[in-house]
Design a protein around this ligand. Structure first.
Ligand SMILES: Nc1ncnc2c1ncn2[C@@H]1O[C@H](COP(=O)(O)OP(=O)(O)O)[C@@H](O)[C@H]1O
Ligand SMILES: [Mg+2]
Length: 324
């Protein structure tokens, strides 16, 4: 197993109170596997990713429990300099907003080359050649001519390719992509997603693909983990989940996707709002929005029940959901 997150807890202490952003997340990624992490905005996806990467600002964040086992080592127990080595060489991250993640006053060639100069002690000339090679790998046309250009001279889609190239530079075993296509036009979204999927296969990397949009990951993910109020509430191979969700929240998300074969029908939107993380409802956090909720859901927190060997659902009524 490449990455295993066990019972991760993260909270934010703010003037208004404690926001419980991550509440016992369990997830794992195998070598060469793509895991999509899906959930509405505010469900704790980015905070989980940042905790795994070791880039959470503490304070205001505080990791109050759990383990992040990467290639067998608990990253939460490493010293910062060891942690830094894992970042870049072991795992890398791609963010939604390339423009604010890239340095505006350095050419893309210098930024890509810096990875090799800093981590591998390469000469400026060799690093520049590597930068061009990487730009070609992420299919940026005329890489040789464009290597000296600055981030603002590239389109949104091309900039996101440069971010992908940065992440790939040291050939990490794991890449975490946090909403990598959310800021892009729909057609460009599909191209960037396809590229990421191709590179994932080519490099045999583990990939965590964070998204709030179930539509964009269907074709590229092996498994899906659905997050709600800082917990994984369902995890399943992607095709099983599409065929029959085992959690009412997943079911709601699926029924909210516009589908060509259901044209004209009204979209089912999950009623209500995600909970305030300072006041998460008792019992199942989803119960106020759940069409199946019973008394037990208002008082008891459901564990992750084993639906099948590869599937889990944090719903007391997963059987009813699966077959209903
Ligand atoms: N810097 C911060 N200060 C206070 N609370 C934060 C901060 N960052 C995140 N949070 C809390 O964590 C929750 C989850 O955030 P995030 O992981 O970014 O959600 P998403 O699933 O949209 O990526 C937010 O709704 C918020 O309550
Ligand atoms: Mg986010």
């Amino acid at each position: 197993m490449l990455l295993e997150v066990r019972e991760l807890y993260v909270e934010f202490r703010t003037r208004d109170g404690i926001a419980k952003a991550v509440n016992g997340v369990d997830l794992h990624v195998d070598e060469g596997e793509t895991l999509a992490v899906l959930g509405e905005s505010g469900s704790g996806k980015s905070v989980t990713a940042q905790a795994v990467m070791g880039i959470l600002d503490t304070p205001p964040a505080r990791i109050t429990g759990g383990e992040v086992l990467f290639q067998g080592r608990d990253l939460l127990r490493l010293k910062e300099d060891e942690r830094r080595k894992v970042r870049g060489a072991g795992m890398a991250m791609i963010f939604q907003d390339a423009l604010s993640s890239l340095n505006p006053v350095l050419s893309v060639g210098d930024q890509l080359g810096e990875m090799f100069r800093v981590h591998q002690g390469m000469s400026r000339k060799d690093a520049r050649a590597k930068a061009v090679e990487l730009m070609e790998r992420v299919r940026i046309p005329a890489a040789k001519e464009r290597v000296g250009q600055y981030p603002h001279q590239f389109s949104g889609g091309m900039r996101q390719r440069i971010m992908i190239a940065m992440a790939l530079a040291l050939e990490p075993a794991l890449i975490i992509a946090d909403e990598p296509t959310t800021a892009l036009d729909v057609t460009v979204q599909a191209q960037v997603m396809d590229l990421l999927a191709d590179l994932q296969r080519e490099y045999h990397m583990g990939l965590i693909l964070i998204t709030h949009d179930l539509g964009v990951v269907a074709d590229v993910a092996d498994r899906i983990a659905v997050m709600y109020a800082g917990r994984i509430v369902e995890t399943a191979p992607v095709h099983d989940l599409y065929k029959a969700p085992a959690h009412p929240y997943t079911k709601g998300l699926l029924e909210s996707i516009p589908r060509l074969d259901r044209k004209g029908q009204e979209l089912y939107a999950i009623k209500g709002l995600p909970p305030n993380l300072m006041h998460i409802p008792p019992g199942c956090a989803f119960h106020p929005r759940c069409p199946l909720a019973q008394d037990v859901c208002r008082t008891d927190v459901p564990g992750l029940f084993e639906v099948s060997e590869e599937r889990r659902s944090a719903c007391f009524y997963w059987r009813e959901t699966l077959h209903g």
